[in-house]
Design a protein around this ligand. Structure first.
Ligand code: ATP
Ligand code: MG
Length: 728
């Protein structure tokens, strides 16, 4: 059989991994060295050469989008349908298992997935009900506590808290939360994984069945697996399964969410005869980009150590841009994208990556102004928009009226005269009787516990939902969605908003109907016995956590550094490289390797670039309504100067807030505007006002004035000739 197409495009080390014998394999290699490519070729190799049935392969990726791409690429290689393959994220695979085996997993048949926002609301409610002080027990922290425990595989009884009253309180809350979820058929993201793991533990027969069936397990981005995911893989592999994992310790960026890079070491320890393959040739980036990324990551300690090289061209130096402020940064980036496009390149080849989601807004604004199409990837996700969540909550109620999170969301949306007081009464009833809110509401109406008006309003709501359920039970999915939007009168709810906003919401709701109409039940979900509605709702919940998976037109791509993992683009702008923003403030203040994780994130960002990489920062940034001055990111200093080309704002380009002649900003010192003793951003001392940062210059010669933002005394204009400012 000719298998050259599986091996031709691989180097020796890559071939070694793809063709490895019946061992477990760990491919440990740096960014862009072909790990994902190797994993896909391995998958094809197993089927074509190893005669492994596609039904016996389970491949795990990091996003649903990556799963789709993997399926396509494997199909190209194999020239046969890859439908029977199990490819997905840990969450989607766990979800599917639980749907198929809801009984064994002791779940409600119609269990609903709640996302992080629902979970937060629910916890806030429980904290209030427990009479706990919300300052001492913030819902965010509760969420963090519970999810972290679940990621570690711990149920409340397993958590030690003998001597810690505070921990005991959290554990109690975890217990309350969990029993609430059990009662109302809700499953959060962390629960999906833990429950799927417990399914193995509690059902040895089922585990045995899957061990016999799924003989080959492949995992991409292995460095970002958490404890429970690792345990799940181990359990499924047993003594007979073959495991093939690829990863890069330098790209572990989810430690803050429970990922454990140690799993890479554990893998070698826990599995017998692991064949480790290292890939050292990078095929993605130019020499300069790679050298810069290598130099940066060398500042981390305790790395597993890798040597990455490229046979490619050196390429252009890394372009570093110091902007006056964030507006100017955005304008610059968009200008450069225009230039790129005027050279005949496509918009989709350019990506703007940033540390925090809020940064996307300005770039969107400038791209809009320049009429350049763009797409925010993993930004404000379609399924997370308020109107979409409202409509989905109605659908969830039709499906499972015991879904408390959905009940809370729509009981008074649109407004039907059910106030907080009434809702509190319903909650009280629910708590006392141990019933879901829906049933508690029925009880309240029956028992006349509510006053006349409230009673009427609540029973009207109950009737509305019941009538919708009855009427729509045999409608198609698309019609159900359309019907829900119409009969819930949701649009009325948005009418008080400004016209544009409301129109956008209505448009989104229409889009939801389109999405439902064109929704196709996947073979996997069909096999798992899901109804189209169940499948659609789960899809909405799981997709919301990550990217917009649709195919895109020729658009500039905007995304956070976290969601850029695994991707590559010819042109990359990494923006907002300021200390405090990136590295993020928290990472600088906290110990525990947070700063190193930020550095890995920077490494991930830089290594997305194939041809040209821009790094930019703003000297002044307006955030949360106030302006702050910051130093350029320390990561910039870690890139060797000879690899960098500094671009300065062109003379005559007026920064919007510099009232007179703009001074030239620079990084690293000594390069101020000729004739000016200070640089923008430089720290200076004044006898009376103390220390501050130079923010603006005006005029020249003896009239030169400077604005300094003093740390204690605030911003002041000073005449340079008299101010006697000192600097280091
Ligand atoms: P990351 O760490 O960012 O996930 P990776 O190690 O998974 O990267 P890939 O995405 O698989 O790397 O590959 C990076 C790029 O190099 C891709 O464009 C891929 O097609 C190309 N590539 C990989 N191996 C080879 C090869 N042997 N010959 C030519 N191109 C290759
Ligand atoms: Mg990859």
């Amino acid at each position: 059989m000719d298998v050259s197409h599986l091996l031709d495009e691989l180097n020796d080390a890559q071939r070694e991994a793809v063709t490895a014998d019946d061992n477990h394999v760990l491919v440990l290699a740096g960014a862009g060295s072909g790990k994902t490519r190797v994993l896909i070729h391995r998958l094809a190799w197993l089927i074509q050469v190893g005669h492994v049935s596609p039904l016996s392969i389970l491949a795990v990726t990091f996003t649903n989008k990556a799963a789709g791409e993997m399926r396509e690429r494997a199909q190209d290689l194999l020239q046969v349908s890859t439908r029977p393959l199990w490819i997905g994220t840990f969450h989607s695979i766990a979800h599917r298992m639980l749907r198929m085996h809801w009984r064994e997993a002791e779940l409600d048949e119609n269990f609903q997935i709640i996302d992080s926002d629902d979970q937060h609301r629910l916890l806030r409610r429980l904290i209030r009900e427990e009479g706990l002080d919300e300052n001492q027990f913030p819902a965010r922290q509760a969420q963090w506590f519970i999810n972290a425990r679940k990621d570690e595989g711990q149920r409340p009884p397993a958590i030690e808290h003998m001597d810690h009253p505070l921990t005991a309180a959290w554990v109690h809350l975890y217990e309350r939360y969990q029993s609430h979820c059990e009662r109302t058929g809700l499953v959060d993201f962390a629960e999906l994984l833990l429950r799927a793991h417990e399914l193995w533990l509690k059902q040895p027969d089922l585990l045995g069945h899957y061990r016999r069936r799924l003989t080959h397990l492949l995992v991409d981005e292995f460095q970002d697996t958490n404890t429970i995911q690792y345990a799940w893989i181990r359990m499924l592999a047993g003594d007979t399964g073959q495991v093939f994992v690829v990863g890069d310790d330098d790209q572990s960026i989810y430690g803050w969410r429970g990922a454990r890079v140690e799993n890479v070491e554990f893998f070698v320890r826990d599995f017998p005869r692991v064949q480790t393959v290292r890939l050292e040739q990078n095929y993605r980036s130019t020499g300069n980009i790679l050298a810069a990324a290598n130099a940066l990551i060398a500042n981390n300690e305790g790395r597993m150590g890798k040597n990455l090289w490229t046979a490619g061209e050196e390429g252009q130096p890394i372009q570093v841009y110091a902007a006056f402020n964030e507006q100017e940064e955005a304008r610059f980036v968009v200008e450069r994208i225009e230039r790129w496009m005027s050279e005949g390149r496509r918009a989709e080849q350019a990506a703007i990556v940033y540390r925090t989601t809020a940064q996307s807004r300005l770039f969107e604004e400038y791209l809009l102004k320049a009429s350049i199409p763009y797409r925010v990837y993993g930004g404000l996700r379609f399924f997370e928009r308020a109107e979409i969540r409202d409509a989905l909550a109605y659908l969830r109620m039709l499906h499972n009226p015991n879904d408390d999170a959905a009940f809370e969301r729509i009981i008074n949306t649109p407004s039907r005269g059910i106030g907080q007081k009434t809702v509190s009464l319903l909650r009280l009833q629910a708590r006392e009787t141990g019933l879901p809110l829906w049933q508690a509401a029925i009880e309240c109406v029956k028992q006349d516990t509510l006053n006349g008006r409230a009673k009427n309003a609540v029973s009207a709501f109950l009737e509305l939902i019941s009538a919708m359920r009855e009427r729509m039970s045999d409608w198609t999915l698309g019609n159900q969605v359309e019907g829900v939007i119409e009969q819930s009168e949701l649009v009325r709810h948005y009418e008080k908003e400004p016209r544009e906003k409301m129109e956008a919401r209505v448009e989104n709701l229409r889009e939801l109907t389109n999405a439902a109409e064109s929704f196709v039940l996947t073979a996997e979900d069909e096999e798992a016995g899901l109804s189209p509605m169940q499948s659609f709702l789960s899809h909405a919940a799981l997709e919301a956590g990550e990217t917009q998976g649709e195919a895109w037109d020729d658009c500039v791509q905007l995304m956070t550094l976290h969601s850029a993992k695994g991707l590559e683009f010819p042109l990359v702008f990494m923006v907002g490289l300021e200390d405090g923003l990136f590295p993020h403030q928290r990472s600088v203040q906290e110990s525990g390797g947070r700063l190193e994780e930020e550095r890995r994130l920077c490494y991930v960002g830089m290594t997305r670039a194939r041809e040209l990489l821009y790094l930019s920062y703003a000297e002044v940034r307006r955030m949360f309504g106030s302006e702050s001055h910051s130093r350029p990111s320390r990561f910039l200093d870690e890139i060797p100067a000879q690899l960098i080309e500094e671009i300065r704002p062109r003379m005559g380009t007026r920064s919007p807030w510099v009232s007179a002649r703009p001074a030239v900003a620079s990084r690293g010192g000594g390069l101020g505007e000729p004739g000016q003793p200070f640089r923008l951003g430089q720290t200076v001392r004044h006898r009376k006002f103390g220390e501050g940062t130079v923010v603006t210059f005006e005029g020249s010669g003896e009239h030169a004035r400077v604005q300094v933002n003093f740390f204690d005394a605030g911003p002041k204009w000073l005449v340079l000739a008299y101010a006697n400012l000192e600097s280091d």
